[in-house]
Design a protein around this ligand. Structure first.
Ligand code: GLA
Length: 799
């Protein structure tokens, strides 16, 4: 398409979109277009190399375009230079620059870092290809690398066509700039208003395979975040197989890099682990249908000179709850490529002619303030641009969950009695956990009943409705546990629909926790779940739901799909699940939804879109929780983290801890609740609990909606501390912990953060106020005296 056509097509496109089609742009035409379309780009930012690359266009001719530095400063978040075919995307402090290679029409990354920082020159990359065995493709930083045409690093896309094409060659064809952040169809995604976010859609085309590829990039005015995803459209008349397609691929210049990942297992989720990258391929993944306990869909990449507070760092967080893979590949020159998206070992997609495939999206973050800068950006992005619930900024109620208090053994009166006692100490919501349902197969243990979402009237003679009413009468909210994605083989649902489960022909169905996974890729299963959950929510005054999911997938397959589409099952399951969650959370917007997957087995941004809080771990041991909570808060806002005070000895670790430590540890995570039988607490315990809950409610606005500072990480350390600060720095709460008592040992001071240097603050009931400067430089020395000890500081500005 030529320029006249370009100008002509502008009005036909939605008014919030600007379109550019690739063409042989002449210097003169570009001037006209640039003025007409009011494109602005910074002349000063074009490297001399790029200038040469754009057919020797001189500085003077760029100047003739009449674009001044001042205009560049006020430029949109996304600008395009039609002469050098360079895109510049700006965040708050970062910029992301890429250009179309004039020889290959490939999209090449120029810079992702601090605005104004000098990029690593392309010429230096090119020099790295120094033998006939290595092409330039193998060394230059590419935006969406393909496989098999000279770039031997891990690809972002791999296809296979019926004619036998297994390579791809996507070339730039055009682009659109869209105001705001469009939602992804059927997948969770960030959102952003037109005045705060812009999205670039770059269109690439592979002639031989007749495939179009759309690359999406969104930047936000007030953040250093770039949100990316990709979409393939089959323009040919034959089906194409997508073997691998990433959400993001990013190449970084040579450096000594470290990776931080959040890994663990059940009851030990999201432990921070740091790895020194070496040449070769490093990866984390899940393959079993959930993001999982083992590895969170998150990676941070940073130079070994970067610290918690200083230096460049990047993070990648995938907005997806199923199987994923995150690769970090480093070459001999220490250039590093990150590729993140659906796990190719659990995915393949047959794309019919005319159809498209959209990947999940990945949140890419840049920080020049070290690792803490990444955390700050992620917390704000998830709070401002991901979580959609009405409860997003609302203070969360102190809940009592009945699971560890009574497991499957309860009845109406027991729950009401527990509620009465919980109310006395300050609880605001009572949640009935597993065990309340099943008529033919009563859920009195974990071997039956899942799928039969009807009240067991033996336990609850007044029904859920009657129980909810009796709890609500006590001026408490009532909440309920469900596990809708599962079915027990011993259930009426399975007897009626044995074909509704994930399975493969001729294979035994592996049971885990005596249950099977429903095939959520099937519309009738999705509708069954929507209907049965709606009946529950319509039938009683339920203000909170805990949505659990307690096993991974095995023998993955769907009898609704033909043999050549079986590898689509996992992703189709996720699409089905997201449809169900979208429908239910929109239908019941006032309900506070909490996600759970055997604790924190699906604590990811995909779930966060629907569930504003997630059960962090089945492990409620306050000591273990310090690490689990700190690891989780690296990425996720503390308000999203369920943290409960449970009994001692702890049911999982058998460790004995005192009640004060249990309260302080839970409170320090952000969203505190109880997971014990209040009837069994002694008078002194109840008094302490009441006092602690009262204090928590006082500081809850600061903890849940203030700024999070990890003052001292608990990983590998005996002493840790965390602080929450009110936006205007007039109030803060800090928690300090000691794991083990050390005789005569030195306890390091807790140096506070984010206060106003010259203002005076009172710490707890200390008579003498201290300056913000002193609290941040000299700090506070905790007076620890025993193993598992804690101190809490309430810091208030004086006057
Ligand atoms: C999972 C959850 C627990 C509890 C049980 C009930 O393990 O993580 O919190 O709800 O299921 O069966």
């Amino acid at each position: 398409m030529h320029l006249s056509a370009y100008s002509g097509c502008l009005p036909k496109v939605a008014s919030n979109t600007t379109v550019f089609e690739n063409s042989n742009v002449t210097d003169k035409e570009a001037q006209t277009v640039s003025r007409q379309a009011n494109y602005s780009f910074a002349i000063c930012d074009l490297s001399s190399e790029l200038m040469r690359a754009t057919k020797n266009i001189s500085f003077t001719s760029l100047k003739q375009l009449g674009i001044r530095r001042s205009e560049a400063a006020n430029a949109d978040l996304i600008s395009f230079n039609p002469l050098s075919k360079t895109f510049k995307l700006k965040g708050k402090n970062m910029e992301y620059v890429m250009h179309v290679d004039p020889k290959t029409s490939d999209l090449v990354n120029v810079h992702w870092g601090k605005s104004g920082d000098k990029p690593f020159p392309l010429s230096k990359y090119k020099k790295m290809a120094n033998s006939s065995w290595q092409s330039e493709m193998d060394v230059i930083p590419r935006e969406f690398p393909d496989a098999g045409r000279g770039d031997n690093r891990t690809p972002a896309i791999q296809i296979s066509t019926p004619e036998g094409i297994t390579t791809s060659q996507f070339e730039y064809k055009g682009h659109e700039i869209i105001q705001g952040k469009p939602e992804l169809d059927g997948l969770p995604s960030l959102y952003g208003d037109k005045d705060k976010a812009q999205t670039l859609k770059v269109r690439m085309y592979d002639k031989a395979a007749d495939l179009e590829l759309e690359l999406f990039y969104t930047v936000f005015k007030d953040k250093d975040v770039i949100c990316r995803s990709s979409r393939v459209i089959n323009k040919s008349d034959k089906p194409v197989s997508i073997e691998k397609i990433a959400s993001i691929s990013a190449d970084f210049p040579p450096d000594d890099y470290k990776i931080m990942k959040l890994s663990g297992n059940w009851a030990n989720e999201r432990q921070e682990e740091v790895v020194d990258l070496k040449p070769g391929n490093f990866s984390i993944s899940s393959r079993f249908g959930a993001s999982g306990h083992e590895h969170n869909p998150y990676l941070a990449l940073y130079s070994d000179k970067t610290t918690e507070d200083k230096g460049n760092a990047n993070a990648f967080s995938l907005v997806y709850s199923g199987s994923f893979s995150a690769e970090a590949e480093q070459n001999r020159e220490k250039c590093t490529r990150i590729v993140m998206g659906l796990n190719p070992q659990a995915f393949r997609w047959k794309l019919e002619p005319g159809k498209s495939f959209q990947t999940p999206e990945c949140v890419g973050v840049y920080s020049s303030d070290g690792l803490n800068g990444l955390t700050e950006q992620l917390h704000h992005t998830f709070k401002d641009n991901l979580i959609r619930s009405e409860w997003k900024d609302k203070e969360r109620p102190v809940l009592l969950n009945t699971w560890e208090a009574s497991y499957f053994w309860f009845n109406h009166d027991k729950i009401v009695d527990m509620a009465k006692e919980a109310k006395k100490i300050g609880a605001e919501l009572v949640v009935l956990d597993d065990g309340w349902f099943g008529k033919k197969y009563k859920r009195n243990w974990d071997r039956c009943g899942l799928g039969d979402w009807e009240t067991n009237t033996g336990k609850l003679p007044k029904g859920l409705n009657g129980l909810a009413d009796d709890v609500t009468k006590l001026d408490l909210k009532f909440g309920l546990w469900v596990e809708p994605e599962m079915v027990s083989p011993k259930s009426e649902l399975y007897e009626k629909h044995p074909d509704w489960v994930i399975s493969q022909p001729k294979r035994d169905k592996t049971q885990m926790r005596h249950q099977l996974v429903l095939d959520m890729s099937k519309k009738e299963v999705q509708d069954y779940v929507i209907d049965s959950m709606s009946k529950i929510l319509d039938g009683a005054n339920i203000e909170y739901i805990k949505w659990d999911m307690n096993r991974s997938m095995t023998e993955v397959g769907s009898n609704a799909l033909p043999p050549d589409r079986q590898m689509e099952t996992q992703h189709r399951y996720m699409q089905g699940l997201y449809r169900v969650l979208d429908t239910l959370t929109k239908k019941y917007p006032h309900v506070l939804w909490e996600g759970c997957a055997s604790g924190g087995g699906r604590f990811d941004p995909g779930m966060l879109q629907y569930f504003p809080q997630i059960w962090t771990s089945d492990n409620t041991d306050p000591l273990d929780r310090l690490n689990i909570q700190a690891g989780t808060a690296r990425v996720y806002p503390p308000i999203a983290m369920g943290a409960h005070v449970s009994k001692s000895p702890n049911p999982i670790t058998k460790r004995k801890t005192d009640l004060e430590f249990r309260f302080d540890s839970a409170m320090s995570a952000g969203n505190m609740g109880l997971e014990l039988d209040p009837r069994k607490m002694s008078r002194q315990e109840k008094e302490l609990a009441k006092e602690k809950i009262e204090f928590y409610k006082e500081v809850r606005p600061v903890i849940q909606n203030g700024e999070y500072h990890q003052l001292r990480s608990p990983f590998g350390k005996n002493w840790s501390a965390v602080q929450y600060t009110k936006d205007d720095a007039s109030e803060a709460v800090a928690f300090a912990f000691q794991k083990q008592k050390q005789e005569g040992g030195y306890v390091p001071p807790i140096k506070l953060a984010g206060l106003k240097e010259n203002e005076l603050y009172k710490v707890n009931d200390q008579p003498e106020p201290l300056s913000g400067k002193r609290l941040m430089s000299a700090g506070i020395i905790p007076k620890f005296s025993k193993d598992n000890d804690s101190e809490v500081y309430h810091i208030k500005q004086v006057g």
